[in-house]
Design a protein around this ligand. Structure first.
Ligand SMILES: Nc1ncnc2c1ncn2[C@@H]1O[C@H](COP(=O)(O)OP(=O)(O)OP(=O)(O)O)[C@@H](O)[C@H]1O
Length: 314
């Protein structure tokens, strides 16, 4: 299968800061890829290089079969990009907003395009509503409708659901899956674990480097992270003690339990041994969640043992 995105060795430096460092990516058609990583790790910059809005300092490749350096106009024509801070005209209706976007881009068959986008995203019954009166979730949906008006083949969505409630996020993701089902390829950056779990594959970027990718099961199994769950009283105090215990790399609260993780299973067991004797605590071996893996990655410890990643500069 021909890759929709096939780029190698992308580098982008701002001043003396290398914010994207040797990123290579292959992305298949009709798939949803989740782009994850800490703030400032280079996700937006990578998305902007893929769609031709930024020229990489080094690296090359194609997006939708076009050269990302030389044919950015062709790529932009076929890509829908939803930025973190998209703007809508609050005193225009949903329909008027879409008409306006279509006219700015000089789209032909505008009426039928707007009708199709309204239908596709379930906005038809609200088409006369002012954008300013919409809730956050409906605003995101309108922004998505504006992105698909020109019938792109690729959607790049930069944290599209930030600040949106869980029900609206779920609805938004149903729309993304419907679009992918119709053949669109989607790259979406997010900080939400539940959204990561709705992607076909995830890409984890930290300090400008792509350090994990694959299905969720792949990413969990690639990082051999021994994990125990513990329940009992005063978990906060326990968590503080465990964090100082050799052999324990990370401790994170999940509801009424702590997940206690370590890259070396034997060292981890040695670390928790005294605590397993306490009658008020219940310990169980468990599988790491995706969040456990990300907490481990974000703690600067590469679970493949490559050492500590550089501190991001302020
Ligand atoms: N045009 C620019 N000029 C200078 N520095 C920039 C520019 N664009 C981005 N940066 C810096 O590059 C780094 C990476 O930014 P980027 O927006 O790609 O990260 P991100 O992973 O998308 O972050 P977030 O999750 O917060 O959106 C940040 O330190 C940012 O301040």
């Amino acid at each position: 299968m021909k890759a929709v995105i096939d780029v190698h060795g992308l580098v982008k430096t701002f001043g003396d800061k290398r914010v994207v460092d040797d990123v290579s990516l292959q992305v298949g058609k009709g798939q949803i890829y989740g782009f994850l990583g800490p703030n400032g790790s280079g996700k937006t910059t990578t998305l902007r290089m893929l769609c031709g809005l930024l020229t990489p300092d080094a690296g090359s490749g194609t997006c939708l079969g076009f050269d990302i350096r030389k044919e950015s106009a062709e790529i932009k024509r076929r890509t829908g990009y939803m930025t973190q801070k998209f703007s809508l005209y609050e005193d225009l209706t949903i329909r008027e907003n879409l008409d306006f976007v279509g006219r700015v881009y000089g789209l032909d068959k505008l009426k039928s395009r707007v009708d199709a986008a309204l239908d596709r995203l379930g906005l038809a019954s609200r088409r006369k509503q002012l954008a300013g009166q919409l809730s956050g979730g409906w605003k995101q949906r309108l922004a998505l409708a504006a992105c698909i008006l020109h019938e792109p083949e690729l959607l790049l969505l930069d944290e599209p659901t930030a600040g949106v409630d869980p029900k609206a996020r779920r609805d938004f993701w149903d729309q993304i899956h419907a679009l992918a089902g119709a053949g669109l390829t989607v790259l979406v950056s997010t900080h939400y674990m539940d959204e990561a779990e709705r992607c076909h594959e995830i890409l984890y970027i930290a300090y400008g480097k792509l350090i994990a990718r694959g299905t969720i099961a792949d990413v969990i199994s690639q990082h051999d992270l021994a994990t125990w769950s513990v329940t009992g009283p005063n978990l906060y105090l326990l968590s503080q003690e465990l964090q100082r215990t050799p052999g324990i790399d990370t401790v994170a609260a999940f509801g009424t339990a702590l997940h206690v993780c370590g890259r070396d299973a034997a060292l981890l067991e040695r670390g928790i041994a005294p605590y397993r004797l306490r009658p008020d605590l219940t310990w169980a071996r468990t599988s790491p969640s995706l969040e456990d893996i990300f907490i481990q990655l974000m703690s600067g410890l590469d679970t493949n043992g490559a050492g500590k990643a550089p501190e991001p500069s302020a």
